[in-house]
Ligand binder design. Structure first.
Ligand code: ATP
Length: 604
């Protein structure tokens, strides 16, 4: 996108409606010129004692009619132009949202929520102000200044007009001087507001952590500091604006002084009539508003440019995960065979790879479990399967297709991922579960909830599936949130189902019930499960152990125990932990659920 396209494109596309609004506004401006003319005639007649009662009433009515005409055409054109700007505001905001939706997870990793909100609200608002009030003021100033100065020259005196106009170029000098300062301060105000917004957002999202660590006072101090900073930035901005306004008014006042002194001399020596002098000063008062507005418009345009630059920077950010040119539209269905060949993956700008030389195969309908220490690359590996980030070409294959050949819509429609963070939207439980482009029946929602072992919890709420969740699902426990998140993935009946450590907040009994329940729907589908508990992964057809991005061990539960390596070590530690709690690892599940013996594979 080229520079300055938001305004340019908009004014080019809307040139006809703007021309119509401009025509209406011009009528209003021209009607305004009648008033000084009538005032001048009235004064001359009055001074010459020629004014009859009838003529006085006529002048009063003419001035009133002109006033009504001005008000009517001005308000119609204003409403018309303002409505156009509101449409632009809506369009830019929608375009921004749509663009954000196309950007990758990596983009959002590097952004503060407050900044994003400031772009969506403040910057788009400034764009609207420029095309609304700004455009209106520019049009009014252009017509009114041209017409008024012409009328002054023709109907009163060219020299008086020239001298009176002399101070006005100083306005341009002022605008130039204040130009940079106001633009910089506008950016600082936006940034301060963004910081404040981020602070509030983080505080609300992390309220439990704040309370648990008794950080209320520290948080209030941070907030107060940011709040004061925002006020100070706004104060500086307002100070520059009002100084600019005051100096502009001073310049206009100087014009009035010249008009009164020089015009008075012209009246005294008989060059112009008293009526012309009155008309001249009335013309001058008509000019004051638009000339002052020009100064405001300059400021507004500066702010508009700053906002436009920030928005263009977003629009010019190319999404790094898109359908490749080699994407094959005809791939609409996936069976679920996963092959990874010599995959080495670096996060952008990371010096070390997060994954090194990974090779593995997961046949359709089987299960793979991934274990490993914190930060060993487990989530990275599964995120690459849904192209949250781009794996190198020729490394990740599904059903034999390089993942880059699979349209994103197919890939993400057929691979269900239950993420580590079970984020829920502030809507009903039903809407959170049926969060899929494909419509789902009532029965599908209930079945998904049953499979995820959350049905019994939901029906205990007074509004059951219609229960509205607060932001991040605060009215649910961590385990319930995880299970609603599982229901959201299983309702899609994906060909590949991925659990990214998403059974950590449920007990081992519920975990087994979930896995066993899924067995019926996942019989010929592929499952990948990341888990820290051996109980989550031990039944998988194959297990890999990641260590610093490398597959350190692979095999079945039994073969890995026999190897007596990292996996066996982990297993022993977990057994000791559970024994310390008085609950032998294996006996625990089997004692609590007599008769339930998981079948081969991952019980899926
Ligand atoms: N978006 C990112 N940008 C840069 N580096 C990242 C990003 N996400 C993860 N990493 C790094 O990649 C490595 C692997 O992270 P990953 O989240 O895959 O680990 P993990 O095994 O899933 O850890 P955990 O068990 O804590 O979930 C870590 O060193 C991490 O710091």
């Amino acid at each position: 996108m080229q520079k300055a396209t938001i305004f340019r494109e908009y004014f080019v596309n809307k040139r006809r409606p703007y021309f119509f609004g401009f025509a209406l506004l011009s009528i209003s401006c021209l009607l305004q010129l009648l008033i000084p003319e009538y005032m001048g005639q009235f004064t001359d007649k009055l001074k010459g004692h020629e004014l009859t009662y009838h003529q006085a009433v006529r002048y009063a009515l003419l001035v009133m009619a002109a006033g009504f005409g001005v008000a009517f055409f001005r308000s119609v054109s204003r409403t018309y132009i303002f409505r156009l700007a509101r449409v632009l505001e809506m369009e830019v905001r929608s375009k921004l949202f749509a663009h954000w939706e196309r950007l990758s997870a990596q983009y959002f990793n590097n952004q503060r929520i407050g900044d994003l909100m400031s772009h969506a609200i403040s910057d788009v608002g400034v764009i609207r102000e420029v095309t609304m009030g700004g455009a209106f003021m520019v049009m009014e100033a252009a017509v009114l200044i041209t017409a008024t100065v012409t009328a002054m020259v023709i109907t009163v005196d060219p020299w008086l007009t020239l001298f009176t106009m002399l101070p006005l170029p100083m306005l341009s000098v002022l605008a130039y001087t204040f130009n940079k300062r106001i633009q910089r301060q506008s950016t600082e105000v936006q940034e301060a507001v963004a910081t404040l917004t981020s602070r509030v957002q983080e505080f609300v999202a992390g309220i439990r952590v704040v309370k648990a660590y008794v950080q209320e006072k520290a948080e209030v101090d941070f907030f107060t500091r940011d709040n004061q900073d925002a006020v100070e930035k706004n104060r500086q901005f307002a100070r520059s604006n009002s100084l600019f306004g005051a100096l502009s008014s001073g310049v206009v006042g100087l014009s009035f002084l010249i008009s009164v002194v020089f015009g008075g001399v012209l009246v005294l020596n008989g060059t112009i009539t008293l009526g012309s002098f009155v008309a001249f000063n009335t013309y001058l008062s008509l000019l004051m508003g638009p000339v002052e507005n020009l100064g405001k418009v300059v400021n507004q345009l500066q702010r508009g440019r700053a906002s436009e630059d920030r928005l263009l920077a977003i629009f010019m950010t190319e999404p790094d995960v898109v359908d490749d040119t080699e994407a094959v539209e005809s791939i609409e269905q996936l069976d679920g065979r996963v092959d990874i060949k010599n995959l080495t993956f670096f996060y952008p700008e990371a010096p070390e790879p997060a994954l090194r030389n990974i090779s593995l195969s997961v046949p359709k309908g089987t299960s793979l479990a991934i274990v490993g220490r914190v930060g060993s690359g487990k989530s990275t590996l599964v995120h690459l399967l849904v192209r949250m980030y781009n794996p190198p070409k020729g490394t990740v294959f599904i059903d034999g297709h390089d993942i880059h050949e699979i349209p994103l819509k197919t890939l993400r429609g057929q691979v269900g991922i239950v993420p580590q963070d079970p984020f829920l939207f502030s809507s009903t439980i039903r809407e959170n579960i049926a969060f899929d482009p494909c419509p789902h029946s009532e029965e599908d929602v209930l079945e998904a909830a049953r499979l995820a072992q959350v049905y019994d919890n939901i029906i205990e709420f007074p509004e059951q599936f219609e229960t509205t969740l607060g932001e991040r699902g605060v009215s649910l426990s961590g385990g319930q949130r995880q299970r609603v998140s599982i229901a959201r993935a299983v309702i899609k009946k994906p060909s590949i189902l991925i659990f990214d450590d998403s059974l950590s907040a449920v007990d081992t009994v519920t975990e087994d019930l979930i896995l066993e329940g899924l067995h019926s729907v996942m019989n010929d589908r592929t499952t990948i499960i990341i888990g820290h508990r051996i109980s989550s992964v031990r039944h998988a057809d194959q297990i890999i152990v990641l260590e610093e991005g490398v597959i350190a061990e692979r095999g079945s539960h039994e073969s890995l125990l026999a190897k007596n390596g990292i996996y066996a070590d982990l297993y022993r530690k977990q057994q000791l932990d559970e024994a310390a709690e008085g609950l032998p690892a294996e006996e625990c599940v089997e004692q609590q659920k007599p008769g339930m013996k998981l079948k081969g594979g991952l019980a899926l």
